[in-house]
Design a protein around this ligand. Structure first.
Ligand SMILES: Cc1cc2nc3c(=O)[nH]c(=O)nc-3n(C[C@H](O)[C@H](O)[C@H](O)COP(=O)(O)OP(=O)(O)OC[C@H]3O[C@@H](n4cnc5c(N)ncnc54)[C@H](O)[C@@H]3O)c2cc1C
Length: 399
């Protein structure tokens, strides 16, 4: 009884690690990791952060022996530079941290907080208009959080998904922000692959599933173009694919149709000192990850920015990074001229999370076919945590 997992993103790897018995992962690309992968030169496709609230993702890291590689760069609160007035401060992400006035976001009043709490009530509406009466709080806290967590512009983002995030960051330790110390390759994907191999699983690369053969309401074969894998009586399949691929393969499947891009700018720059993670308000950069040999800028919900040329983006981002370096006394040299920069534009980074999105389809598409992927999460936004939850759920659903 073999389980075939299609897709070696995090949903697929989590599913493969959760099933009992022989497992084969079929992956279209030459590398595993999907939307959270290392590029051939070792650079991450984009900065990935986890929160203490992402319990399932942290459990996965622990399971594959990689948890110790994820570090908390800013335990004292997130350093944020507001380019509008040049103020540099540390801000707590969790309401528990707001007990200290210095770490409160701008515009945090009792009325603004009450308006935010109301979003956690029944119904689903766009976050931006619901908080329009609290522009300082919206700009200084809610918008950066929504863009980072939901990858959706605040004007159209779902209050229901935001409320699910807020409920989870309110407990002690849940707002701790973690990043991979070296990168997604050595600190996430490679340990997961090693764990899978050690448990007898295999991964086939360059194996793009072209079509499913379905007979009498059962999946009977997997068509990889150059090879047909005929399924035995007890064989099962987990499709751990992005929504557009799942919809291509499974007739009539309803999936999220609209996605939002994430732009990452990778500067080659030797910055001494520990890993840092800093925020910018009112600029091009949203978050800046400083690792010893490289600096990565994240721009989520980057509808406009993803259309711009790297030659235009790099000098703007670099001048903001220099301002951050001055404001927070980052060690090292920060010359005026931007160092070499490479832009990675993930055009379909995640689904757009809007109010009233239809719920995901049932996990079992057929008795021997389960669906996984970050988009299968009914409550939380599409993230690593959601992908791993979905992968594990699909494995459980097949028994
Ligand atoms: C730039 C960027 C930054 C992000 N930042 C964060 C963050 O900070 N924190 C966070 O938690 N999440 C973040 N995310 C989201 C996170 O990366 C995704 O939610 C998660 O990786 C999705 O995993 P998945 O397994 O569901 O899908 P995918 O990663 O898309 O995996 C699907 C896999 O299936 C393969 N495949 C596709 N078609 C076929 C086929 N026909 N046959 C075989 N294989 C196929 C693909 O090659 C891929 O490997 C970010 C995403 C991006 C792009």
């Amino acid at each position: 009884m073999t389980t075939h997992v299609i897709g070696a993103g995090l949903a697929g790897l989590a599913a493969a690690l959760a099933v009992r018995g022989p497992v084969v992962v079929h992956e279209a690309a030459v590398v595993a990791g999907g939307r959270a992968r290392a590029l051939p030169d070792g650079t991450d496709n984009g900065t990935h952060a986890l929160l203490g609230a992402n319990r399932v993702a942290l459990d996965f890291l622990r399971d594959v022996g990689a948890l110790e590689h994820w570090v908390e760069p800013e335990p004292e609160g997130l350093p944020v530079l507001d380019l509008a007035d040049g103020r540099a401060r540390r801000m707590a992400l969790s309401p528990l941290g707001w007990l200290r006035a210095a770490k409160r976001p701008d515009g945090l009043t009792a009325r603004a907080l009450a308006a935010l709490m109301r979003l956690a009530g029944p119904g689903d509406r766009a976050v931006g208009p619901a908080l329009a009466e609290h522009p300082a709080f919206l700009r200084g806290f809610v918008e950066p959080l929504v863009i980072a967590a939901l990858n959706t512009p605040v004007a159209e983002a779902s209050s229901r998904r935001l409320a699910a995030v807020l409920r989870r960051v309110g407990t002690p330790g849940a707002a701790r922000l973690l990043v991979a110390r070296r990168g997604l390759g050595p600190d996430l994907v490679e340990p997961a692959l090693a764990a899978l191999r050690s448990r007898g699983g295999t991964v086939r690369h360059n194996a793009r599933l072209r079509a499913l053969r379905i007979e009498h309401h059962r999946l009977t074969a997997l068509d990889f173009g150059d090879e047909l894998v005929v399924l035995g009586e007890g064989d099962r399949v987990i499709l751990a694919l992005p929504p557009w691929e799942a919809a291509r393969l499974v007739p009539g499947l309803r999936v999220p149709a609209e996605h939002a891009p994430i732009l990452n700018l990778h500067f080659t720059h030797a910055a001494p000192g520990p890993v840092r993670f800093l925020g910018v308000l009112g600029g091009l950069c949203q978050w800046v990850l400083v690792r010893p040999g490289a600096i990565a800028v994240t721009v989520s919900a980057a509808d406009a920015e993803a259309q711009e040329a790297t030659a235009d983006l790099a000098p703007r981002a670099w001048s903001e990074i220099r301002a951050l370096a001055r404001a927070f006394a980052l060690p090292g040299e920060w010359p005026e001229a931007p160092p070499p920069c490479r832009a990675i534009k993930e055009r379909r980074a995640t689904p757009r999370h809007r109010p009233g999105d239809p719920p995901p389809p049932p996990i079992l598409a057929l008795p021997n076919l389960a669906l996984a992927g970050d988009w299968m999460e009914p409550v939380l936004p599409a993230t690593i945590d959601a992908a791993i939850r979905a992968g594990r759920r699909a494995a459980r659903a097949l028994g």
